[in-house]
Design a protein. Structure first.
Length: 1024
């Protein structure tokens, strides 16, 4: 014990154990005999597991994974995760679609033992040993078992017809390591952690199945015929493709299953140093066999492609993808240590593909490029998952992320010279040129996938538990951001040092369970350099990297550059100087922390321009401050780029975009103009937009300039917008020819607003989300429908809070609630017919609360919705002017602050007067809501677009007592258009009866248009 540790004696034991327990790992060897029954879709098996305790601890129990039970009911951890992500399959699944493991009878060394299911998870069990297993001791755990194979639609274990994906299918000990037992329920999002050992698996099944599996087929009596059969399938497949090519025939693409033959065969697979065993059986498989020479050892590895006719035109080249990916992953990370790599074509629902030792299963891919990507990725998992067996549940970046980094590198290596659009088949070369994407590197997708959510503040640290990631971030962070940050580390260390370090990590940790600190220690040892800045900040936090050029000065030897770290990460920074278009010099700075200022000298003659990280490696959050000229007055002003539409964000240019725009409303008529903006891909924190529109108003026949403009700044959960709009509203005053008509063209309506928004949804995967908003708005030049009154200006201040609780259980209830407090101040001009007009000021306050609960009734989305709205208002009655609030669904004349884009603002007749602003749960009633009221509405879905509703309204009129209404009708929803028709309205029918008329519901329909949702940028903001 040293002196420092002695200070901690009283809390020492924990620390000392953590620090001094040497690495160990258990050894787990399995012998499994299994028979496939392809009529009942069942496996009948028995397993004997030899468990060797290499720990220093006596073990009194062994925790076991029984993962087929993850498919047994809607109550398992996997099922719950699926509901959370909106997948209801397991909840509604029929018994035949579910799966499970049965018939277990555990014996240890041949003697029965007590065992129990975990209380929470039916896919975890614990075996209580009759006598403890001593350190160094070995036991034999054996049991028979039956597996009901679930539908392949659920997850990774399953069958689609008679195509079998047999994965995570046998009773298997959980990992026991320095941190104790890791008993994990099976999850779709969140992968594996298993002990290494030797497998001998004997599979019995009808003779015409072809099997792709973990493990070699030893040349024994069992396998002799099968090896011949596989070789024949390979030559048959080659002959088949040759005939198709020579004769120009179509591919068969016949996916029918042949009948199973009556005779059975038993296949034997053997493999050492793997931590799982998976197998895939299909009678339709065509087979291509090939081999690849490994770069370091020169050893040959056999590659097998086994595929159905479904996409055989793509799979004919699969050997090539298998060979190349095996070669490059070996080259960069260390030679593949096993004898074969197999890819099988299967219909699985766990993403595009899934990895198992030696064998990967690939989903439908659609294009040769996608098939290459998926095969490379899944083959790559042999290294990052198979050989380097990290705990994927807690450190998913170590397998998915490092593997994605290699995948990107593989694509750059194999598609060199081809750009993104061509290789992905999404864009034609013409469009790539038009969109300035000719220089786009595939690698940048990794960075973009990170920057997008980071700009919204919804990114997450790489070091998170798999189940704690939102499903978007599991892809964007774990896969893509990890790939990008390791791309940066490689750029910093240099390819040779980086590759040497990764191979050192591979040889130190192969067939073991490396943790993040093991990876760090291994890389640091190899590089001889402290990399804690990378592993602490870049892996464990959401801090941003943002270096800026502060000052540039020419010196005798080159260029002196002063850099400031404006981000929250410690990192080195690469600075490059250019002489014209040519690179003149390049230097890495030392590692600098947040707020550090560093001076470096970059050698190189004739420098005209300096840029930080021109190759886009360092995930720079703001590339606008990465550039400077070496001389001149406006050193940091970038050249202007003007383009139509939008482009990728480019920090070396001041980007300006435009698009022609046409618009229409009833008062301006047709408007022509253009929108100018700076919105790029990805969205920026600071954005502006100006859309001037010119129109010739029908009524006055004069040209008018109107339009909209806004400035937006967002940072994480905060978002602020200043908006201005100017449109005409005056035309309708001509309706009454006899009245005095005011200066009609003088005052188009001007609206200015400022809003500040805050989102509160930091807790990932919580069913709750909420937001708060403050808005100030001012409208001038607004004509009221009462021509005797006009407003000089209207102002409102509103504060609103909204909360949403999403469905967290199948058939659960989604609840939406909001409260809004709003004050209005109107400056009124009364009486155009009197001289001079009188000015009044009137104020009003309203509180509006709404609540709705949506209960989903079945998997097709049938719903019942309850909506409640209550409003309390205080009007200034003395003004003699009662204004309305747009809360109930009124005609186009009621929108006091011009919040809504109305096509015929103020209209009291005609088609467009039916446009309303329809807040959620409002009743489509022609009732003034200037008073206090409460309403209740119930909607029931008839079809996916049509609802039937009933509602009741109670009004407390401030001056003259109570009123109310009952209403029933239909609501139809088509994209942003919603149509509501009250078929029955008690008050209206009463009124009409008095006047001797009949109620004709079709006259009282109303529509609302949610045009804001048509803006693609707003959609992106909303979903983030
Ligand atoms: Zn993967």
């Amino acid at each position: 014990m040293n002196k420092v540790l002695a200070l901690f004696t009283f809390l020492g034991p924990v620390i000392l154990i953590a620090q001094t327990t040497p690495y160990f790992q258990q050894k787990v060897d399995h012998v499994i005999n299994v028979t496939l029954n392809d009529e009942a879709h069942e496996l009948d098996a028995e397993i004997t597991t030899t468990y060797t305790n290499n720990s220093a601890d006596e073990l009194s129990e062994i925790w076991m994974h029984l993962w087929p039970n993850a498919y047994s009911s809607a109550k398992t951890a996997m099922a719950k995760q699926q509901f959370r992500d909106g997948n209801m399959f397991m909840f509604y699944a029929l018994a035949k679609d579910l799966g499970g493991i049965e018939g277990l009878d555990f014996k240890v060394d041949g003697i029965s033992v007590r065992w129990d299911f975990d209380e929470e998870n039916p896919d975890i069990a614990v075996i209580k040993l009759n006598s403890p297993l001593a350190p160094g001791g070995t036991i034999e755990i054996s049991t028979p078992f039956k597996v009901r194979i679930p539908s392949g639609e659920i997850s990774r274990l399953g069958h689609v017809g008679e195509s079998y994906q047999i994965t995570q299918w046998y009773p298997k000990p959980a990992v026991y390591d320095r941190d104790g037992w890791h008993a994990l329920p099976y999850l779709g999002q969140g992968e594996f952690f298993s002990e290494f050992g030797t497998f001998d698996v004997f599979i019995t099944l009808p003779g015409n199945y072809t099997v792709g599996a973990t493990g070699d087929m030893p040349l024994d009596a069992d396998n002799e015929a099968e090896i011949k059969r596989l070789n024949k399938l390979d030559s048959d497949t080659r002959a088949y493709f040759r005939v198709i090519e020579e004769k120009g025939l179509d591919f068969s693409n016949n996916n029918e299953f042949p009948e199973s033959v009556a005779w059975e065969k038993t296949l034997h697979y053997h493999q050492e140093n793997v931590h799982d065993f998976a197998w895939f059986a299909d009678k339709r498989f065509k087979v291509l066999k090939d081999s690849v020479e490994l770069p370091h050892s020169g050893r040959f590895v056999t590659t097998w492609a086994m595929f159905t006719p479904n996409e055989e035109e793509l799979w004919k080249d699969a050997s090539d993808y298998l060979n190349k990916s095996t070669y490059y992953y070996s080259l960069w990370n260390g030679d593949y240590p096993y004898n074969h790599v197999t890819a099988v074509d299967g219909t699985i629902s766990a993403g595009g593909g899934m990895e198992y030792p030696n064998v990967t299963v690939i989903g439908e891919s659609g294009s040769a490029f996608s098939l290459d990507v998926v095969i490379a990725h899944e083959v790559g998992h042999n290294w990052f998952y198979g050989i380097l067996g990290s705990n994927e549940r807690t450190n998913a970046w170590m397998d998915e992320g490092l593997n994605s980094f290699n995948e990107t590198r593989y694509l750059i290596e194999n598609y060199e010279g081809k750009d993104l659009g061509v290789i992905s088949g999404q864009l034609s070369p013409k469009w790539i040129e038009r969109l300035d994407l000719t220089d786009f590197e595939y690698r940048w997708i990794d960075e973009l996938a990170y920057i997008f959510p980071a700009r919204f503040g919804s990114d997450q640290a790489l070091q998170c538990h798999s189940d704690a990631f939102s499903s978007i971030n599991y892809g964007a962070m774990v896969y893509k951001k990890t790939a990008a940050v390791f791309g940066f580390l490689r750029q910093y260390l240099g390819t040779e040092r980086f590759d040497t370090a990764m191979r050192a990590y591979f040889s130190e940790w192969k067939f073991k369970h490396p943790s993040p600190s093991d990876l760090q220690a291994s890389l640091e040892k190899s590089c001889g350099e402290d990399l804690s800045w990378f592993f602490e900040g870049w892996i464990k936090s959401t801090e941003k990297n943002d270096w800026a050029i502060v000052k540039v000065k020419k010196t005798d030897n080159g260029t002196e550059v002063k850099l400031a770290n404006r981000g929250g990460l410690s990192s080195p920074v690469e600075v490059v100087v250019f002489a014209g278009d040519m690179e003149a010099g390049r230097v890495w700075s030392e590692v600098g922390g947040p707020n550090d200022v560093i001076k470096i000298e970059v050698p190189g003659k004739g420098a005209t321009r300096v840029e930080i990280d021109p190759g886009r490696y360092d995930l720079d959050y703001d590339r606008k401050n990465n550039n400077s000229k070496t001389s001149g007055i406006f050193k940091k002003v970038e050249p202007l780029q003007i383009r139509m539409g939008t482009r990728l964000e480019d920090g070396t240019k001041t980007q300006l975009f435009w698009l022609p725009v046409t618009a229409w409303n009833a008062h301006n008529g047709l408007m022509l103009g253009a929108t100018f903006h700076n919105t790029t891909v990805p969205l920026r924190n600071f954005e502006w937009m100006v859309t001037p529109l010119v129109s010739r108003t029908a009524f006055t026949d004069k040209t008018q300039l109107g339009g909209v403009a806004n400035i937006r700044y967002s940072n994480g959960p905060w978002n602020s917008v200043v908006r201005y709009s100017r449109f005409s509203t005056l035309e309708y005053v001509s309706l009454d020819q006899d009245l005095f008509i005011p200066e009609t063209e003088a005052t188009p309506m001007n609206r200015v607003s400022f809003s500040l928004n805050r989102k509160f949804n930091k807790v990932v995967n919580s069913p709750w989300s909420s937001s708060a908003r403050y808005e100030y708005a001012r409208v001038s030049g607004f004509m009221d429908s009462n021509v005797f009154t006009s407003t000089a200006s209207r102002q409102s201040n509103s504060f609103s809070f909204k909360a949403l609780k999403k469905n967290s259980k199948p058939l659960g209830i989604t609840q939406n609630m909001g409260v809004e407090l709003r004050s209005f101040t109107f400056d009124l001009i009364k009486g155009f017919l009197i001289e001079p007009p009188q000015l009044y000021r009137t104020t009003s306050v309203a509180i509006l609360a709404n609540y709705s609960a949506v209960k989903t009734l079945n998997r097709k989305g049938k719903k019942i919705t309850l909506s409640l709205i209550t409003q309390v208002t205080r009007n200034d009655i003395n003004s003699g002017f009662n204004f309305k609030m747009p809360t109930m669904g009124f005609g186009a004349q009621y929108d006091p602050m011009a919040d809504v884009l109305l096509l015929d603002r103020g209209a009291t007749s005609g088609l467009l007067s039916h446009q309303i602003d329809m807040p959620n749960g409002a009743l489509p009633l022609n009732q003034d809501a200037i008073h206090n009221f409460s309403s209740v509405r119930i909607d029931y879905t008839l079809t996916n677009k049509l609802d039937v509703f009933v509602g009741a309204l109670g009004i407390n009129l401030q001056s003259n007592g109570e009123d109310g209404d009952y209403v029933a009708g239909l609501a139809y929803q088509l994209g942003p258009l919603s149509i509501q028709m009250p078929l029955y309205s008690k008050s209206m029918m009463d009124d009409m009866e008095v006047e001797g008329e009949t109620y004709e519901p079709y006259k009282y329909w109303m529509f609302s248009l949610n045009l804001r949702d048509l803006n693609p940028w707003d959609l992106v903001r909303k979903t983030n």
